[in-house]
Design a binder for this molecule. Structure first.
Ligand code: FE
Length: 130
């Protein structure tokens, strides 16, 4: 596994756009992400460290403009943190292994969880699995 906590190494390996979202809590423009309309079967992993985060069978079209999932692939893959950067209080999603920023989770998702994990395409890498 790559040492994802090594910031110099990450700066070299990631694009400036990926680095900004993952390491500086940026947000990609809505409807800009290359994984937004991805419908292939597979797993979505952390773009910085490769930690398995989401699965294609729990992805849905939320209309928000960001890849959206109604559940995580594995309960230990993601940590949540309160985000008070906007007046609207949000819950931030971070990779449990490397601490990189992924997106936010909201309570307006579909059944059975009612959750909407709203994730930047730039925070993810996709691994196709048949
Ligand atoms: Fe990670």
């Amino acid at each position: 596994m790559v040492d994802a906590m090594n910031d110099d190494e990450l700066r070299k390996r990631l694009t400036p756009e990926q680095y900004h979202v993952l390491r500086e809590k940026g947000t990609e423009p809505a409807f800009s992400g290359k994984l937004l309309h991805n419908k292939k079967k597979g797993v979505y992993v952390c773009g910085a460290c490769g930690n398995e985060l989401f699965s294609s069978d729990k992805k849905f079209d939320s209309g928000s403009g960001w890849p959206s999932f109604w559940d995580v692939a594995n309960p230990t893959g993601i940590n949540t943190k309160p985000d008070r950067s906007l007046v609207l209080k949000r819950t931030e999603l971070v990779c449990s292994r490397c601490g990189s920023h992924l997106g936010h989770v909201f309570d307006d998702g579909p059944k059975p969880t009612g959750k909407r994990y709203c994730v930047n395409s730039l925070s993810l890498a996709f691994e196709e699995r048949k």
